[in-house]
Design a protein around this ligand. Structure first.
Ligand code: BG6
Length: 462
């Protein structure tokens, strides 16, 4: 047992995002974001047509929820500020009701001995700003920086761990390539521009934060998906390297090292998709890198060399350079359709140690979404989610191994505390340590994994 004892001051907690758990999307002056808008015009995009307006009720029940977090051993909790709640049209006037809400949440967290980790952007572009082009537009970069500065000035006295974005590649690829987020375009040029602007916005926000000398740290949260080649054949290895440049290093390198991977830049140049870059942008990115890295890990990426020639007339996709490899016998989470590969978390941490200066980092999300969990209700009305406990334990063993080998990993946040609304799957797959009963006014009930988590956080032992 002693083999899996974690450091005393390890950050144990969970992660969440405003749109997914606050609810009250039309209340107290909140403006519309792209999710509110998309649901209005295309509710069929969402599982069982459940939209973002009344998600998990954290806005109304934050006190009860924070008390439960304390009860379940949290020493830290990550949430995001809803940009369109704080600044309803994305730029301009600040909404005093939002300031009051976030002040209360932060104060309540500290009262319960839980450190707030605050993320600024979690997929929720204010609708008016999307109308101006969203991340494609330089104007939106300016509006984001203003929003970030407003947050630092309002809450910087109580928040000592800030994050500029959660998984910035996800909105970019889903808005501009794969059709999962509004406006669901398929345009690689816009995708690259939006990606570049989110990196630039992050760097400018980091500069603004550091200038203020508020005594905290600022980082970014990235979803890292280690790319494994089907075989050691040079063509497979090359394919995995390119996939890694597109999906990991595209944001990891500029965020931590201030540079872009040359493999990616070469492809963008060759294919004619370089973004518009203004004088000073590259220096700014170089000089304003993160203090801290959040790593979200759910699944690996298995890759092989292309089997067929691509259609040169089709819209450009990164998949022109590799194919996905459906590895026989892989362990799966069938509900989400994601492979479970626990060692991936260790490979990421070792990569960060060896190639990214062993920057201070933590696992900012890891979790398992499962459908129809009421199947596992016991006589006392508790969901016995042993599969989730096993999922976490197996990942944590690899985190522990990484610590033994010198990784600078400081904590582990699960996704998520209470069941919440997923971007497209709504309430289909549940991730929480605590269940939410949608038929009973979102009644909260701790799952078996919640009690398991408490023991883990209190003893530091698995
Ligand atoms: C992460 C996101 O990518 O994965 C969360 O930061 C998201 O917002 C989580 O909810 C799980 O993914 P999904 O699509 O099943 O909700």
């Amino acid at each position: 047992m002693k083999d899996y004892l974690f450091p005393k001051d390890f950050w144990w907690g969970s992660a969440s995002s405003a749109t997914q758990m606050e609810g009250a999307a039309n209340k107290d002056g909140k403006g519309k974001n792209i999710w509110d808008h998309w649901y209005e015009i295309e509710p069929n995009r969402f599982f069982k047509k459940i939209g973002p307006s009344e998600t998990s009720q954290f806005y109304a029940r934050y006190k009860e929820d924070i008390a439960l977090m304390k009860e379940l051993g949290h020493n830290s909790f990550r949430f995001s500020i809803s940009w369109s709640r704080l600044i309803p049209t994305g730029e301009g006037e600040v909404n005093p009701k939002a300031v009051q809400f976030y002040n209360q949440v932060m104060d309540e967290l500290w009262n319960q001995g839980i450190e707030p980790f605050v993320n600024l952007y979690h997929f929720d572009m204010p609708f008016e700003l999307q109308e101006k082009g969203g991340w494609e537009s330089r104007e939106v970069v300016k509006a984001y920086v203003k929003y970030a500065e407003t947050c630092f000035d309002l809450f910087g006295d109580r928040v000592k761990k800030w994050f500029t974005h959660n998984e910035p590649i996800v909105p970019v690829e889903n808005q501009y390539l794969y059709g999962h987020h509004y406006p669901a375009l398929c345009n690689f040029q816009k995708c690259v521009q939006a990606g570049f602007h989110s990196i630039l916005a992050s760097a400018i926000a980091i500069r603004a934060y550091h200038k203020r000398n508020l005594g905290g740290k600022i980082g970014i949260i990235l979803n890292l998906t280690p790319s494994y080649p089907r075989s050691q054949h040079p063509a497979d290895v090359e394919a995995a390297k390119i996939a890694d440049a597109f999906f990991n290093r595209s944001f990891l390198d500029p965020s931590v090292k201030g540079t872009f991977p040359s493999e990616l830049v070469d492809i963008l140049k060759k294919e004619g998709f370089m973004p518009h870059i203004e004088d000073g942008d590259i220096t700014l990115i170089k000089e304003n890198t993160v203090d801290l890295l959040g790593i979200n890990y759910y699944q690996p990426r298995r890759v092989k060399a292309k089997e067929n020639l691509f259609n040169p007339n089709a819209p450009f996709m990164p998949e022109r350079y590799f194919d996905y490899h459906d590895m026989p016998g892989k362990k799966m989470n069938p509900y989400r359709g994601w492979e479970i590969y626990e060692k991936g978390i260790y490979d990421i941490l070792m990569n960060v140690k060896e190639n990214y200066g062993n920057i201070e980092c933590f696992i900012s999300e890891n979790g398992m979404g499962v459908e129809n969990e009421t199947r596992f209700l016991n006589e006392e009305g508790m969901i016995e989610d042993d599969y989730r406990i096993e999922f976490y334990e197996e990942h944590l063993k690899w985190v522990h191994q990484a610590i033994k080998e010198g990784s600078n990993v400081k904590g582990f946040h699960v996704w998520t505390f209470i069941d919440n609304w997923s971007w497209l799957n709504a309430y289909k797959n549940r991730y929480g340590l605590v269940s939410v009963d949608l038929d009973k006014d979102c009644k909260r009930t701790v799952k078996k994994s919640g009690y398991w988590f408490k023991k883990l956080a209190v003893t530091g032992l698995i």
